[in-house]
Every structure is written in C-alpha cells, then in structure tokens.
Design a protein around this ligand. Structure first.
Ligand SMILES: Nc1ncnc2c1ncn2[C@@H]1O[C@H](COP(=O)(O)OP(=O)(O)OP(=O)(O)O)[C@@H](O)[C@H]1O
Ligand SMILES: [Zn+2]
Ligand SMILES: [Zn+2]
Length: 850
C-alpha cells in the first residue's frame, strides 16, 4: 500500500511553506492484529516508488503475546534478512495482492514509545522538504544503534561432511562448499555467497538438505538499557550482631540516603569485594536488586550561581520573551559581550517551574564548555547535553529520559533539534549565523534552523535566534515580517555589559610592511602589542584562518606546487613539534606523505612551505618573542575528547600568554584577561569563490574581535591584510553590522541569491570522468525541459575542486527566483538518468557552493 507524500514546496520571501503530507501517524483505539511497518531498506523504497515520491509500508501480523503501538521500533523478517522498521499504524485490511497466509509475524519489539504524533509530523516534513526517504530521516533523528541489521549467514557443519564431498553435488553447491572451506571458520553471509556464485539459491538449498551447512541469523548487539545492582537499606534499627565492617557499610548507606549503586558503595568504602553487602542481605538489612542505570555524560559539578541583576536592555528583552507563549520568532541581536546568555538563562528559569523544557542549540559543544558550565551552574542536574560525539549508550539513555516529560534543559548541536522533549517551552539557537547548523555531507541535508521553525510551529512555542552578527536570512525574515505579523520580534542589545566599549580595531596594510622591509608574519603594530602583553601581564589571541589555508609547499626556483595525487588541491605542510617528521597532508582525503627536501620537478633545494598556518605562527612567535608562551588551539591539537576544555582551562589559568588558533576560537569564548586579538591575515577569508564569502568574513572577524576587552582592562584588535580598503574590513573596523548589511543585501537581491531567491545544489560524482560529465549534461537538459522559467539553471559545471579522493565532481545549481514556487522534478526520473557508477546528492538550501 502506498502513501503519498507530495514533494513540492513553496516559498515566499520570509515564510516557508511545506505541503502537508497526506498520510499521518494514526493511533487506533482497539488493538488489531496487523500493523504497517516502514522497513529500513531505503533502496527497496526507491525501486518500489515509481509513481511518485512516497514511502512503502509492509504489513505484518502481531503475535498474540506482543504489545505493539505505532511509533515502536520493531524487527521484521524481510527476504533473507531481519531488518528494523518503525510501526506507522494499525491496519484492518490487506493490500489486494497479498493473501492472509503470506503475512509474517513481526520478530521482536526493539523499543517502545519513541515519539509522539507531532514529532512524527516533523519527521515527515523533513523528509518531504529535503527530498529524503522517511526512514533515512527517522534514522538521522533517533539515537544510533536502533536500526542495526541482522544478517543471514551460512556455515559448514564440519562433522557431517564426507571426504570429497564436492564430487557429490552440482556446480553451484560445489562452488559454495569450496568457498566455505577456504574460509577459516567456514562461514559467510548469504549476500556474499550470492554475489560470488551464480545459482547460489539452489546451491544453498542443496547443501542444507544434505545437512552439510546450516543457516543462522547474526544480530549485531542492540543498544539497550544498562542494568546494575543497587543496594537499598531496609531496616531502621541496626541489629547488634554486626561486624564493624558491616556496621560501617550500613552507616555509609544511611548517610547517603539509604540507596546506592553497588559499585558506588564499594567505591566509597574503598573495597572491591561485595561479600559484606551479601552478608548484610542475608541478615535482611539490605536488599540488592537490578535497576536500570542511565548513562549520561558527566560534566564537572558547578558552583551554584544566582541570576544576575539585568541591565535595562537585557530586562527589556527578557520581558518580551517571557510574555510569549505561542509560536513566535525572536531575533536577539546583541553585540559580543552584551549578555545574551544571561537572557537565555533567565528566560528558561520560569519555564522549568511551569513544568516545561527548553532546547538550546549551539554550533559545537566541545568548543563551548563554558556555556554548558554556565547552564549547569544555574540549573544543576536538570541540564543534559545531547550531540553526536556522545557514546551510543549515552545518547540512547539521554533520549529515553526525555520521554516522560520531566522539565529539563537540553544543550546540543544540530542533531539535538530532534530531541523528543514532550513539553517544549522554548527553543534557542545560539550563534545562529553559524553554518554548522546545516548538515552537508549526508542526507537529509537539513538545516537545524529551518527544522527549528517547523518544530516551534508544531509545538507552538517561541524560538530565539541569538547572534552578534545575525545571518542575512534571519535579518530579512524578522525584519520583513516584524510589522506585518504579530509573532516576529527584533530585540537588540547594542552595548556590552558594564558599559565596556567594543575594542578599537586597527587595520594594518601588509603591503606597506613589506615596503618597509618587514618580512615577519607580524606587522610592527602587532609586534609592539605583543611586546606590551608581558609587561602588563595580559593575554592575547592570534587568529589564523582555518588550518591548511596557504600552507602549501612550493618551489621558489620553478614554482612547482605539491598536490594531492587523488584530489585537485595542494597539500598542506604539517610539523607538529620540534624534531618531528615534516609531513604533507591533504585536508580533503587525508593523504599523507613526507615532505621532500628537494623539488620533485627541478631538484632545487629551495623547496619550502609558504603561508601562515597555526604551526608556522607558533614557531615564528617562539623565534621573535621567546618570552611569550603560546598554546595552539586547532583541529590538530584538539583531537582527543576533553582536549578543548583542557586547553582553554590551561589558558584561562594563565599558563600561556597567547592562544594561537583557527575558527574554533571565535565561538563564545568569554575570558576577561584577553586584551589583544590579532588576525594574522584576513585575506584568505575575503577571497573565496562563494556568494557567502563576504558574510562569513564579516561574521568571523567580528566574532573573533569580540573576544578582546571583555574584562575590566580595555582591549584592542589588530587585523593584518593586503586589502585594507575592502568594505567588509571597513565594516568590521567600525563594528558596523548595519553598514555591512546595507551593502550586502542589495548585492544578493540583484543576483537573486538567498535570502531572496532559493538555491538547490545537485552534486554528482564518479570515478569515471567522462561518465559523470555526460550524466551532468543529461540531467541539466532534463531540468531545462521540466523546470519552469522562474528557476535559473546554473551549470552543469565542474566543482571548484574537481577531484576529491579520486572522484570527479560536477554540479548543477538551481536558483529559484524570489517568490517562485519551488517545484523539484521527480527524483525518480533523476535516478533513471544516473548510471550506478555516478552518485547523486541533492543539497536543499546549500550554504557552501564549491
Ligand atoms: N546583567 C549582568 N550583570 C553582570 N554581568 C553580566 C550580566 N549579564 C552578563 N554578564 C556577564 O558578562 C559577560 C558577557 O556575557 P555573555 O557571555 O552572556 O555575552 P554574549 O552576548 O553571550 O557574548 P558573545 O556573543 O560574545 O559570546 C559574561 O561574563 C557574563 O557573565
Ligand atoms: Zn622546482
Ligand atoms: Zn586528497
């Protein structure tokens, strides 16, 4: 039975409408015998849905001792496999082509009650808007490990097999037998056998009949609840015949409230043996039982902290936020250090008292340990973090503890927008301009900001978008509907806390420096500022635009540049510490090789790396300012869990004078001792072949500048550049967001780029250069035939880096004009034009085009 989900979207500037799917998640009152299941098999879904974008449901029966409800995750027999699926609804009739006895029983119930009705609607919206199978969306939303597959395998029954057995069977069976015998355990998956041997099916049947092989199901371990022993005190008066050890155990147990996990109790008493506890259980002083122990990410305990007295501006903002109960969009535009976080905290407090929960999304949790700490200091153990770096168990348990609806605060990254909080009272997106809210690598290519709006609508709760540098989308969205609709608010915090000034920004023209004979990476003004740091006992930050940028290795004699053999990009120079091997690495595919001492082209010994990565800057710093101690903060030094926190803590304890880092530094760092921020080179940010380059440059530079002078000492910012007259640089210099958007918005409007028009990026890649080009051409033609005039079709064109990890990449950009109805041609037809060797990806509302 097919359910149709219409796949067109319509968009008018500012508001986004998605067609309501016709199917929905229906809960029937009685308990019937059959259910329809969405099975985790996306390829089958695609093949079966010729008519239109939809999803196919399979009917199963419920064994009488099972209780199954829509929303449950079940495992079901499916061909030779046992697959996971989601129960969509009860059913009372069969599709025409199926007879009663063809319907199979479900195999097992994996998890119950994972989502509510509105939640399911959200998933359907995501599926239709981002042109992604519903099951893929469900898997992206739910904690991992629920949809593991079981595999049908066969193995030899060694003892039954006579010598020369293969002589007694047909070709296929003989082949299978010899395959199995070559494998040391005599064991293969049926899938593998089917790929290797023609007529595998009959072969397997034959061997099974002879009892020379057996087939079995291999299930991967499922994520499940973790049970542990808990010890409960059950007597008030301690008996007199206790040993001193036993008495000590009971006293500890009573002091700790009468109940402790066995492991914790043993820890407190510094023993490994549970014999004393067992003896106490025998004496009926305690009981030991198994109980589920939830796994959460333990964060360091914070000192309890009280609400701060708000500034009049914070107060104004809070009053409006607190007055909102229904769906509304709030843009909280507060300059760096204006106290946005305090507003969030005080907006959440009354909600918790009303029994509601709040969801806070941040760009990257590891980068903002400070933020999580501040929430914990205010709300203690009501705060949970949820993001993709947690272990499977932690995600599973954090998810499940949300379901009963205890009021709480969830802090997470983009995937947390799917956190199943039942009584959601507020959604906050902090640093809303950040592009990491968008998923780009895998489907669905959702933007948590867009999903947050749907979620807010479905749950009927307000959303706060907070930033010092709002994205043009949010700016336009709120500004254009502020007067027309009553549920849009622009709230501004134009000043820093305590009337601290924003730091003055000095722009240094690096061309002048060179003319004056200064070849150092540090300009004279930056050198002077660095020298002053030590005297004044202050700290500084040096910002380097993303790792690898301009750290390419080239020959000074012939100009030869070292490139990755598999990607069309230059390799980056890596030198982790003194004495380490000098390495070259590709930042796309991680190809690594040793840095040659001479040029491979002309053998010149002047074969060096150029540019200023974090490593080069730390080295230059060491040479020119040996008295300054520096710490590197980039993706190389923060690979291990907890390393962000450790480095930031080291720095805030004053164990280094300078923090040298990449984009990671820009996010939410609040350190009072930092008075100097130096941008080593702004140029890499300005010249990217992307329509968003200017916006991203303005945001990054403003954010990094905002780290200076947040304490009592005034700060200063020095930006080094070869293009001081650039208008982005000028806007940053004057802390002038309004000037920036006044210049940027007309440019976007003229070219119909977002936030006016809408983009859809179709990406094709293949190992075969010709095939991918031809496919791109055909797809382009198909678009020209089917897409209306209010969509501009750009390309097909090779991606700006044409080859990555041996795959050639082409793309087509669809640009829908403002107010155009966005109609995406049938995906099914696209796939028909696309041979198996070419992979196809669709990115809806892409943020990066390269
Ligand atoms: N009303 C207040 N009274 C005193 N201190 C405050 C108040 N509000 C915030 N602060 C403090 O001011 C500092 C800056 O606030 P906060 O970090 O919330 O700013 P922000 O706007 O989130 O900054 P950014 O966007 O730059 O990360 C923090 O140390 C915070 O504790
Ligand atoms: Zn050379
Ligand atoms: Zn590469």
């Amino acid at each position: 039975m097919l359910e149709n989900v219409s796949n067109y979207m319509s968009m008018s500037s500012g508001s986004l409408l998605v067609a309501q799917p016709r199917s929905s998640y229906i809960v029937e009152p009685s308990s019937p015998q059959w259910i329809e299941v969405l099975v985790d098999c996306p390829n089958i879904q695609e093949l079966d849905n010729k008519e239109d974008k939809s999803y196919k449901l399979y009917t199963y029966s419920i064994p009488c001792d099972f209780k199954v409800t829509p929303g449950d995750i079940v495992s079901v027999p499916f061909g030779t496999q046992i697959l996971r699926g989601v129960v969509i609804r009860y059913t009372y009739s069969f599709p025409d082509h199926i007879s009663y006895n063809q319907v199979k029983n479900i195999y097992d119930v994996i998890a119950s009650g994972f989502f509510t009705t509105t939640y399911f609607k959200l998933l359907e919206k995501v599926s239709s808007y981002y042109c992604t199978d519903l099951i893929t969306v469900i898997k992206a939303a739910l904690p991992p490990g629920l949809f593991t597959k079981s595999q049908r395998r066969i193995r030899l029954r060694q003892d039954n097999i006579p010598p020369g057995a293969e002589m007694f069977c047909r070709t296929a069976a003989a082949k299978i037998l010899s395959l199995l015998q070559q494998q040391k355990d005599g064991d293969y998956s049926v899938k593998y056998i089917q790929r290797e041997v023609t007529g595998a099916r009959q072969g397997i049947q034959e061997l099974t009949k002879k009892r020379w092989i057996e087939s079995y199901l291999k299930t991967t371990r499922k994520t499940q609840a973790k049970k542990q022993k808990i010890v409960t005190l059950i007597v008030e008066q301690f008996p007199h015949d206790l040993t001193s050890k036993q008495l000590e155990f009971l006293q500890v147990l009573r002091r700790k409230g009468g109940e402790l996990w066995l492991t914790d109790l043993l820890d407190v008493l510094e023993t490994k043996s549970d014999s004393v506890v067992k003896a106490l259980a025998k004496k009926e002083c305690v009981v030991i039982k198994y109980r589920e122990r939830l796994r959460f990410l333990e964060n360091p305990k914070q000192k309890q902290e009280q609400n701060k007295v708000l500034t009049p501006q914070q107060n104004e903002a809070l009053k409006i936020i607190n007055s909102l109960e229904n769906y509304s969009e709030i843009l909280l535009h507060g300059v760096t250090g204006s106290g946005k976080t305090e507003v969030y905290l005080q907006a959440i407090s009354p909600l918790l008292e009303q029994g509601k929960s709040a969801l806070i999304l941040v760009p990257e949790i590891a980068l903002t340990p400070q933020l999580t700490d501040r929430f914990r200091a205010r709300f203690g153990d009501k705060v949970y973090v949820y993001h993709s770096n947690l272990s499977k168990g932690e995600r599973y348990d954090t998810w499940r503890q949300m379901l009963p609806g205890e009021p709480q605060v969830i802090i997470g990254t983009r995937s947390a927008i799917f956190a199943p909080l039942p009584n959601l009272g507020l959604i906050i997106l902090d640093e809303e301009h950040d592009s990491s809210f968008k998923q780009t690598q895998v489907s669905p290519t959702y933007n948590a900001k867009t999903v947050a709006k749907w979620r807010g609508e479905l749950e009927n709760c307000p959303i706060i978008f907070g930033s010092a540098t709002p994205s043009l989308e949010s700016w336009i969205s709120v500004k254009s509907s502020q007067y027309s609709s009553s549920n849009s608010y622009y709230l501004s915090l134009p000043e820093r806390i305590g009337f601290r000034p924003l730091p003055p920004v000095k722009i240094v023209d690096m061309r002048e420096e060179l003319k004056q004979g200064n070849r150092s990476v540090f300009s004279r003004p930056l050198q002077e500022a660095l020298r002053n740091l030590k005297e004044k006992n202050q700290q500084g930050i040096l910002f380097i635009n993303r790792r690898g940028y301009s750290t390419f290795v080239s020959c000074r004699s012939c100009g030869y540049v070292m490139e990755c053999p598999d990607c069309d990009v230059s390799l980056s120079y890596h030198y982790t510490h003194e004495g380490a091997t000098e390495l070259l690495r590709c930042h796309y595919c991680n190809h690594t090789q040793i840095q040659p001492s001479n040029c491979p082209e002309c053998n010149s010994p002047y074969f060096k790396f150029f540019g200023s990565g974090t490593q080069k800057v730390t080295q230059a710093l060491k040479q020119e300012f040996p008295e300054l101690k520096s710490l590197r903060f980039d993706s190389d030094t923060t690979r291990t869990k907890g390393s962000h926190r450790r480095l930031l803590e080291e720095f805030s304890r004053g164990e280094a004078d300078i923090l040298v880092g990449t984009q990671m530094l820009t996010k939410g760092l609040d350190l009072a001792q930092v008075t100097l921020v130096g941008v080593v080179s702004a140029d890499g940010l300005l010249y990217l072949s992307d329509y968003r380059a200017a916006e991203r440059a303005f945001q990054t530079l403003t954010q990094v500048a905002g780290r200076a002078g947040r304490g009592d000492e005034p700060g200063q910012v020095i930006i080094q550049t070869y293009s001081p007259e650039n208008s982005v640089i000028q806007a940053v210099k004057n802390h002038d967001y309004y000037r920036f958007i006044e210049e940027e918005l007309p440019r976007r409007e003229e070219l119909n780029f977002p936030p006016y028009g809408r983009l859809i990026l179709v990406q094709l890649s293949s190992l075969d250069a010709i095939e991918v080009q031809n496919t791109a051409q055909q797809l382009g033609n198909y678009f020209h035939e089917t897409i209306g005039l209010d969509c501009e079709i750009l390309g097909p064109a090779p991606a700006s880096i044409m080859r990555v990890a041996k795959r050639y990449r082409w793309q087509i950009l669809l640009k829908f004009l403002p107010d155009a109805r966005v109609i995406i041609p049938e995906m099914e037809n696209w796939h028909k034009l696309c041979p198996n060797s070419v992979s196809l990806k669709i990115d809806i509302d892409p943020l990066h085009i390269n």
